[in-house]
Design a binder for this molecule. Sequence first.
Ligand SMILES: C[S@@+](CC[C@H](N)C(=O)[O-])C[C@H]1O[C@@H](n2cnc3c(N)ncnc32)[C@H](O)[C@@H]1O
Length: 233
Amino acid sequence: MLSPRLLAAAKMVREGARLADVGTDHGYLPVYLSCKNKISFALASDIARGPLARAEENIANADMCGKIRTLLAPGLEGAENFEPTDIVIAGMGGEMIVSILDKAAFVRKGDIHLILQPMTKQEFLREYLCAEGFEFLREDLVCERQRIYQLILCRYTGKAYGLSALEKAVGPLNLKREDAALRNILKETVGRCEKILRGQQASGILDSQTLLLLSEARAKLEKLERRECCDGQ
Ligand SMILES: C[S@@+](CC[C@H](N)C(=O)[O-])C[C@H]1O[C@@H](n2cnc3c(N)ncnc32)[C@H](O)[C@@H]1O
């Protein structure tokens, strides 16, 4: 069984897809989706030999060698030849994901779905995606071992647009939620901003982007808590 984080990514992969799992490591995702017969083919790639060997072992143990190919390569290098329809890049920093996408012009096709799960720098990744014309189709927030993970499903349209500081940090679609996951990530965002600003207090120069994000996150949190309070009455 997959972890909640990888399961959320698996749910975003389309039925019958040709999957590319970049930075596959253990290969759990392509193995799970192939065993479930949800995908028609998978490419499991990784930049490092050790992780790829682990993936190869898991693929062989699941008897899925006929359905999953492995590739030792950085990012999406060489992946285009396998004509992926759905590309997962999970468990890496937002800056690394941007660097991988930026080097792969072939992902700029409306019929390719990108499923991204940044561990850090979510703002940086979303800023890149909206500036480069990728639209958000779905987002998710998943809690695993006391940590909230963000998932993004997007595709290329070529139409650039802007997002607020809070939309970049938490996700425009996630902000439409009204549940505990949203409340928790807003609290986490407020705490993170307060910590950054406390560290900057000695210098007397506070980062304007962090101040903006803090005020947007606090306002949204208050709105959410007011609604919960009204609903509870
Ligand atoms: C933390 S693991 C994530 C594994 C899996 N995707 C997951 O979400 O559970 C990150 C993996 O990405 C690989 N990796 C890091 N940078 C990469 C790059 N530029 N291209 C391909 N793989 C990369 C690492 O070798 C490692 O196996």
